[in-house]
Design a protein around this ligand. Structure first.
Ligand SMILES: Cc1cc2nc3c(=O)[nH]c(=O)nc-3n(C[C@H](O)[C@H](O)[C@H](O)COP(=O)(O)OP(=O)(O)OC[C@H]3O[C@@H](n4cnc5c(N)ncnc54)[C@H](O)[C@@H]3O)c2cc1C
Ligand code: SF4
Length: 627
């Protein structure tokens, strides 16, 4: 039987779908004419391309191609047999700039590019692809938001209705023991006067509308699966993943090939531990001159609480219990508008005990006497998890590539003592846009990294560079050193502590005490699988697992035997399970990939670096409402 392709007529009728993303640019593109290598999925778009001409025609054509794919996704299409060896070619679309990821950094970059083009009286075509089903669907943050970068990017954000509705009005910093809580002086970095408690997902949704108004084309539901290179090893864009591949790796009746998005420059804004970024870091040795990146896992819930317990604008952070002195981490609890509270727990992924479960530490934390009253009588409305980077200044890689750059948390700009990275992600996107615009304008030596070094992000991260690494000596030593560094040296100590990678910090199971966690009560603390249902995660079960083991054998010979399979505990979604292997009487690792919330922790923490997280079909993953 030949390879099935979609019937041309299938895609031809849904004009509503063409407008789905609202992405049709009213601004003519100066990019080279789009080259259409036709697959039958785009019959409608071919007609459209012939029907209209000029820049609007190109933007319309591109939008139509994406719309046709969206329309056909998940449909059972009539099969058309083609000869076995016929190659189904990918669509190719050309832009000035392609951006991977519609988070704060990617969206800010896209807006800045359009602003620079308008200031110069030029036109520039910019495309953003986003793997979430909509912008914001994969965004998970605290978030207390510092508006410095937003003030620079869109100074009239208030008039334009940005969703910054709850000013932070009170900071509390607590040290917890098992039964007690002590209020500590709030460190200066954690003062939030002038900041806002927000949903970062909603801010991204709003930024996307601003970008689209400027003519940026945004395509949610499309995961960039592959970096494209030319013969000189220059990055020339990305390809989105094929759709409709079966578990056996073969095309199914729903097969639709990915799309090549060719850019004169490509910006990678995938956030912490981006899957394409990881390949770029290796290929171009971007970390040759800096420390390894380090990470934490952040697990979060959104609650609607009893109005009696609600204090809009209250920001609470805790350290101490339930973590021991050796393990870095703490909680956040932010009171938003509408009786909502964001509560979460962050644990440094350099922890050593393979029995530690970040998920259960978080559940346990909520039961503390100083905390649980906030949740009694309330209800949980959402759950999710995401890795964040913690390496800071010492771990900033080379950001420039031939043909592109890294930006935002893909490179890593979280200010750990502030527990904030969205303002630095935005600013890094803006400066990367400035460098890229200069390159497109003929200044080939313009560099995103050089622009960043001239920006306030550089100075901000430099001043706090020693604080997170000092916690390697334990919580008490870290707190003491942080006070010294902040109040005496003011961030200018004549030394710099170094970072280490996280995966090799895990001790073997025999060297560590097992940890027993209490059973969840189902009211304030919950089990893992019930929790995952509150992330509204969905993956087509027919596709190949997007969690790849480099050597499947090591799941048992190394992970199980030496570390008691820590992935069973650090995965916040219950993806990894050790089950009996019916045939040999032994054990095997079962991967429930459809539960994955895309936090990337397994890619980071696996002790043998044996797990590669790659993108599933676009649109798969969590569907966070307002995280
Ligand atoms: C638990 C937690 C709490 C936090 N609290 C705060 C806080 O209170 N204040 C604060 O300022 N910061 C906070 N941060 C940090 C902040 O969220 C990040 O620094 C910020 O989101 C980084 O922005 P980004 O655009 O670089 O990446 P992200 O926000 O991660 O966005 C990346 C986007 O790219 C998409 N993407 C990734 N790969 C692909 C691909 N291959 N193809 C297509 N799309 C792709 C993703 O789906 C995502 O939408 C917190 C982070 C966490 C995890
Ligand atoms: S499988 Fe990996 S990326 Fe997915 S939720 Fe689990 S730890 Fe996170």
């Amino acid at each position: 039987m030949g390879r099935p392709v979609l019937a041309a007529g299938d895609a031809a009728t849904d004009s509503g779908a063409a407008n789905r993303s609202g992405a049709i640019s009213p601004i003519a593109s100066s990019a080279p004419i789009s080259i259409c290598h036709c697959s039958s999925a785009s019959a409608w778009s071919i007609a459209a391309a012939g029907w209209v001409s000029g820049g609007i025609g190109q933007a319309y054509h591109r939008a139509a191609v994406f719309a046709a794919i969206v329309y056909n996704r998940g449909k059972t299409s009539p099969e058309v047999d083609v000869p076995e060896n016929e190659v189904v070619e990918r669509e190719r679309m050309e832009y000035d700039v392609v951006i991977v990821g519609a988070g704060p950094s990617g969206l800010s970059a896209s807006i800045r590019l359009k602003q620079l083009a308008a200031e110069a009286g030029r036109e520039i075509s910019v495309c953003v692809v986003e793997k979430g089903s909509e912008v914001g669907a994969h965004i998970l943050s605290g978030a207390v938001f510092e508006p410095r970068a937003l003030n620079e990017l869109l100074p009239d954000w208030k008039e334009k209705g940005a969703p910054l509705n709850t000013p932070a009005i009170e900071d509390r910093f607590l040290l917890l023991s098992e039964r007690k809580a002590w209020r500590l002086p709030t460190p200066p970095q954690m003062h939030n006067h002038g900041n806002y408690i927000i949903s970062l997902g909603n801010l991204c949704r709003w930024l996307a509308t601003q970008a689209e108004e400027l003519g940026v084309e945004i395509y949610p539901g499309f995961a960039a699966a592959e970096v494209l290179y030319d013969e000189t090893d220059r990055v020339v864009g990305v390809a989105t993943g094929d759709m409709g591949i079966g578990k056996d790796g073969q095309p199914t009746a729903n097969y639709t090939p990915g799309v090549e998005l060719r850019g004169r420059e490509t910006l990678f804004a995938e956030g912490a531990r981006g899957s394409l970024t990881k390949t770029l870091v290796e290929r171009f040795h971007l970390r040759a001159d800096c420390d390894p990146q380090t990470y934490a896992i952040g697990i979060k819930e959104l609650w609607e609480i009893d109005p009696e317990q609600h204090r809009p604008g209250l920001v609470v952070h805790t350290v101490g219990w339930p973590l021991d002195n050796r393990t870095y981490g703490g909680s956040f609890l932010y009171h938003l508008e509408g009786n909502q509270v964001s509560v979460g727990f962050v644990i440094g992924l350099d922890y050593d005990n393979p029995y530690l479960s970040p998920f259960e530490e978080f559940q346990r934390f909520k039961t503390h006497p100083a905390i649980r009253h906030f949740f009694e009588g309330g209800r949980r409305v959402a759950y999710g998890a995401r890795a964040l980077n913690e390496g800071g200044f010492q771990s900033i890689p080379r950001m420039d590539l031939p043909g592109g750059a890294l930006t935002g948390c893909a490179a890593g700009f979280v200010n750990v003592p502030k527990i904030k990275g969205s303002h630095t992600a935005m600013k890094s996107g803006m400066v990367a846009a400035e460098a890229i615009f200069a390159r497109l304008s003929g200044n080939e030596t313009a560099s995103a990294r050089a622009e960043l070094e001239r920006s306030w992000v550089w100075d901000e991260l430099y001043r706090v560079r020693n604080i997170r690494p000092s916690f390697r000596l334990g919580m008490w030593a870290g707190l003491a050193y942080s006070a010294l560094d902040t109040y005496v040296f003011r961030g200018r100590a004549p030394w710099t502590f170094h970072n280490h990678s996280d995966y090799d910090q895990l001790a073997r199971k025999d060297a560590m005490p097992p940890i027993r966690y209490p059973r969840p009560d189902g009211k304030i603390s919950f089990d893992r699988l019930t929790s995952v249902s509150f992330s509204f995660t969905n993956h087509d079960e027919g596709q190949p697992a997007h969690l790849k083991l480099r050597d499947p054998e090591k799941a048992i010979s190394i992970n199980y035997r030496l570390y008691d399979s820590p992935e069973q505990r650090y995965c916040p979604a219950g993806v990894y399970e050790i089950v009996d292997d019916g045939q040999s009487g032994g054990k095997r690792l079962q991967i429930n990939a459809q539960n994955c919330v895309h936090c990337k922790t397994c890619d980071i923490k696996d002790p043998g670096q044996n797990i590669d997280w790659v993108v599933p079909e676009g649109g798969g993953g969590p569907n966070y409402p307002n995280m």
